[in-house]
Design a protein around this ligand. Structure first.
Ligand code: SAH
Ligand code: SF4
Ligand code: F3S
Length: 441
């Protein structure tokens, strides 16, 4: 049997699309290889959100060269966001003449056909197009899921927001929503198959349906309808753009026990000047007001965010406003990045780019501040009772996940079932993990 190996980079969207690539390969009789050395087909499902991501991918593609020398029939394919960038096909070919197939983030559904065409013609093939019907086409593609408890479901593709630093709208194209019927059918199947945590995915889930493709169903309605499905499961979603997280969505979140009480709400920066330059369409005050409204209705909510330090023109005072915002909101978790110049974006051409040494200083300080806040918040959970999904049995303990994604360890005092939800009383917080015991409280 021929084997495949897929390298995956980037966000959950890419992780899920890799599951589709695997589905396409397995439909053609391939099986998964445990290492790239064993593979007959190697796919790089790429990301280009920051330069560091691209550099890592370039390094990894380069490392395949000896394998290709040793195995002449090895097929190497590169796909995803990085491949979708302007002029990237030529750049990749020049750098790595051994690549056989290149296709974009909007052409994943045709991978099987590209593979068949390459195998019969043995000629370099590239398809990097904005496929208008991508969402309908990809929905019908088989999927080999990476996990039997946690599942991603795409509800929309693309982004219309054009934050000035971001390349996603250029490589993923405009927003397009999947029909509610198709989403409901997939979620119902997953629940029947025993999946316990369903995460709805989109670059900005709050604008679901705004493209007029959903018969008037908006994100709040979609969420509410899915949360009312029968079965023992939890529902999550990401990412929410703060500019259009509506009160209706907050109410749905507050009133449905099946929706996890956790929200990823990227703020990016704490200074109004920088937020404006980033084209985020909200102010610091509006964002903080949103957080207050959420906490008023859902006091137990855990929040996480994304932050960029060193955006062009970010002064010390602007940076300190980000520090202040982080200390005001107190997120359980924050993903903090140094601004990275992306070709073709508006911020690329902005003057007063911040030197790397300052970006480094700012990220280190902020990571340290956030680390302390996270430690305090998780330590404060000691003594409380939370619901977790047990997802693995180890020798002396079970591991489980809290709604916010944090790992919880449960000592083996009684038999538990992997794939079941339990209430645990948190007794300790150690080395980044919650420690708990089963409780009937
Ligand atoms: N659609 C999501 C996030 C997509 S990208 C949203 O809008 O929230 C994930 C994160 O990468 C972003 O939230 C941002 O913090 C970061 N990011 C995007 N472009 C970047 C760049 N050019 N440099 C550094 N970080 C970037
Ligand atoms: Fe990028 Fe902004 Fe779109 Fe998120 S909302 S994908 S940060 S342009
Ligand atoms: Fe990267 Fe594309 Fe996701 S650029 S972050 S893989 S949408």
């Amino acid at each position: 049997m021929e084997k495949y190996f897929i390298y995956t980079y980037g966000c959950q969207m890419n992780v899920h699309e890799t599951e589709k690539l695997a589905g396409i390969l397995e439909d053609r009789g391939y099986m998964q290889a445990s290492t790239p050395t064993d593979a007959d087909v190697i796919v790089f499902n790429t990301c280009c959100i920051r330069e560091s991501a691209e550099q890592k991918i370039i390094g990894n593609i380069g490392s395949i060269k000896p394998l290709k020398k040793a195995k002449k029939d090895l097929i190497v394919a590169v796909c995803g966001c990085m491949a979708q960038q302007k002029d990237m096909v030529d750049t990749l070919r020049k750098k790595f003449p051994f690549i056989n197939i290149v296709f974009g983030a909007n052409n994943i559904e045709f991978f099987g056909e590209y593979l068949d065409a390459y195998k019969s013609q043995k000629k370099f093939l590239n398809k990097v197009e904005q496929d208008k019907d991508y969402i309908e086409n990809i929905s019908g593609v088989s999927c080999v899921r990476d996990n039997s408890l946690y599942a991603y479901v795409n509800i929309m593709y693309g982004c219309n927001n054009f934050c000035t630093y971001c390349i996603v709208p250029y490589v993923r194209g405009r927003e397009k929503s999947r029909t509610p019927e198709s989403i409901y059918a997939e979620v119902k199947t997953l629940i029947k198959l025993g999946y316990k945590v369903i995460t709805l995915l989109g670059q900005n889930v709050n604008s679901y349906g705004l493209d007029g493709n959903t018969n008037g169903v908006n994100f709040a309605k979609l969420l509410d309808n899915i949360a009312k499905f029968d079965g023992d499961f939890e529902l999550r979603f990401m990412t929410s753009h703060p500019k259009d997280l509506s009160d209706e969505v907050i109410d749905v979140l507050a009133s449905n026990p099946k929706i996890s009480k956790t929200l990823h709400l990227p703020v990016q920066a704490g200074s109004n000047k920088i937020l404006k330059e980033m084209n985020r369409s909200y102010t610091r005050e509006k964002y903080l007001d949103l957080i207050s409204r959420i906490r008023e209705k859902i006091p137990e909510i855990t929040l996480s965010t994304d932050i960029i330090v060193g955006f062009p023109g970010e002064s010390d005072a602007d940076y300190l406003e980000t520090v202040d915002l982080i200390e005001t909101v107190r997120y359980h978790n924050a993903f903090i990045f140094m601004y990275s110049k992306r070709k073709g974006t508006i911020a690329e051409k902005m003057e007063n780019q911040v030197p790397l040494s300052i970006k480094r200083e700012r990220i280190h300080k902020l990571l340290d501040i956030q680390h302390h806040i996270s430690e305090e918040l998780f330590n404060k959970m000691v003594g409380s009772t939370i619901r977790v999904l047990v997802d693995e049995e180890c020798e002396n303990e079970y591991t489980a996940k809290a709604q916010c994604g944090k790992v919880a360890k449960i000592k083996k005092t009684e038999p538990l079932s992997v794939g079941e939800f339990y209430n645990i009383k948190i007794t300790d917080y150690k080395k980044g993990n919650l420690i708990g015991t089963i409780t009937n409280d």
